[in-house]
Design a protein around this ligand. Structure first.
Ligand code: SAJ
Length: 435
């Protein structure tokens, strides 16, 4: 606390200081891929996490992130990637990137991980280092929350003794086309030198680095990206309900509209919006707007619509079973894919969870088929897991496709299942109904 060390001003040519090593605080679906990408770019990298089991297993070459296979992790280890839960080691690098979760807690932004990471960094911070926040958060967090922690606890001054910047992550899980390397990276520094040093850092790792004039504009850009998705997905979800009643094939309408080469980007209805970004990040923005005394109506309406989709899916399942003279109670319902989206192994915020809970409340017997998710417990106890689509199809009275992983043979499933509700518009067939 206080002046631990003589507050040395950054050298006049601070912005020209080379950056040859990077520490990353937080080794989740953002931090770990960033660490591997930074090693591949030739930086010396230290991966830090408070979870000692996580850093230990990573050091043994065991990855918990599907987008970082063990082979890629081992290659990075062979090229010097280090993992540790010892915060003192953070002092050894030119730059420190903070990539920790920013969840909601009872609908409110939870910055506790950012705050504790900031305190950890502040306690080791030394003159000359660059600190970058990557976590998605509301505009103002870097300058109003992180900066005071760093300055107060270190006795150093941002812009004078150390550099501070914001650079939002843009990791799209399971997207093999767009990677950390080829996705343009936004950077915004507290001052010109911080911006330039952040550019130097990310120019090692990313093919394109885009300077944003202010930190809050960069924080807002990230929220805009995800709010745009959130609202457009909700639009498709709301349209799916009335298109079904109007007996209009919305999927066909979307693919027709998508032939327009400008001014339209297709989004699709689904069983609900999962993951740790889209359902959450827009609420960070609406939280900030509410501080002005009025709601961010688009986001609040979109959240209401997206949150309603699991119930709608259960209603549609009931209707399909009813048409086959089967009550929901006692019927066998197979959940095909319990992850929050295809080709990821993450069931956080997955719509499969509320769907399973509601089906159990109605007395249905549920099981799941998901080769990427080892076990699934929506709160009403562990659910039986099938691995073979044929056997699963023969077991159930109806199958509902929620996350169509590319490794799952849906043709085999559809040939075996008496009824199928496809919430993703991925397959057709006489026994298949679409959302
Ligand atoms: N979904 C739909 N309909 C759509 C698109 C998505 O129902 O048309 C659903 C998905 O099934 C999923 C949820 O929405 O349940 C979110 O999917 P997503 O791909 O939009 O979001 P994430 O959380 O996997 O990753 C996104 C990234 N995705 C894309 O840009 C395609 C990226 O925006 C961010 O870097 C990332 O969130 C993040 O970390 O913010």
């Amino acid at each position: 606390m206080g002046d631990k060390q003589v507050s040395k001003d950054l050298p006049g040519n601070a912005s020209a200081q080379p950056i040859s090593d990077l520490a990353i605080v937080g080794l989740g679906y953002v931090g770990l891929p960033l660490a591997v990408s930074a090693v591949q770019a030739g930086l010396r990298v230290l991966g830090y996490d408070i979870d000692t089991q996580r850093t230990a297993s990573l050091a043994r070459g065991q990855s918990h992130i599907r987008d970082v296979p063990d082979k890629a992790l081992q290659e990075a280890l062979d090229h010097g990637l280090q993992f540790s839960s010892d915060p003192d080691l953070l002092q050894s690098t030119d730059a420190i990137a903070i990539a920790v979760p920013t969840p909601l807690n009872a609908g409110q932004p939870d910055l506790s991980s950012v705050i504790s990471a900031g305190e950890t960094v502040a306690d080791i911070l030394r003159a000359g280092q660059l600190v970058v926040l990557e976590s998605t958060t509301y505009p103002g967090t870097t300058e109003e929350v992180l900066l005071p922690i760093l300055e107060t606890r270190s006795g150093l001054y941002a812009g004078r003794n150390f550099s501070l910047a914001y650079s939002p992550e843009r990791v799209d899980p399971a997207n093999a086309s767009w990677t950390i390397r080829n996705t343009p990276k936004l950077v915004a520094g507290l001052d010109a030198a911080s911006t330039h040093r952040a550019r130097i850092l990310y120019s090692h790792i990313c093919e394109e680095v885009v300077t944003v004039s202010g930190i809050r504009e960069a924080e807002m850009a990230k929220l805009l990206e995800n709010t745009y998705r959130h609202v457009n997905i909700a639009l498709m979800n709301e349209m799916s309900v009335f298109c079904n009643e109007m007996e209009i094939d919305l999927w066909e309408a979307i693919s027709a509209a998508a032939t327009k080469p400008f001014g339209f980007e297709p989004f699709y209805p689904g069983p609900g919006v999962g993951g740790h970004c889209i359902p959450i990040d827009p609420s960070f923005l609406s939280y900030r707007v509410r501080q002005l005394g009025y709601p961010f109506r688009f986001v609040e309406l979109a959240t209401e619509i997206n949150d309603r989709m699991p119930s709608y899916v259960v209603q549609r399942l009931g209707r399909s079973l009813n048409n086959a003279s089967l009550p929901v109670r006692g019927s066998k319902v197979l959940l095909v894919g319990v992850a929050y989206k295809a080709d990821v192994n993450d069931d956080r915020e997955s719509p499969a969870i509320p769907i399973a809970v509601k089906l159990a409340q109605l007395g249905a017997e549920i099981a799941f088929l998901d080769p990427l998710v080892e076990s699934f417990n929506p709160g009403s106890g562990k659910v039986t897991r099938f691995t073979d689509p044929g056997a699963a199809g023969m077991w159930c009275d109806i199958a509902v496709i929620l996350a169509p992983h590319s490794v799952v043979d849906l043709d085999l499933l559809v040939s075996a299942a008496p009824l199928v509700l496809d919430t993703r518009g991925v397959i057709k067939g006489d026994s298949v109904e679409r959302l």
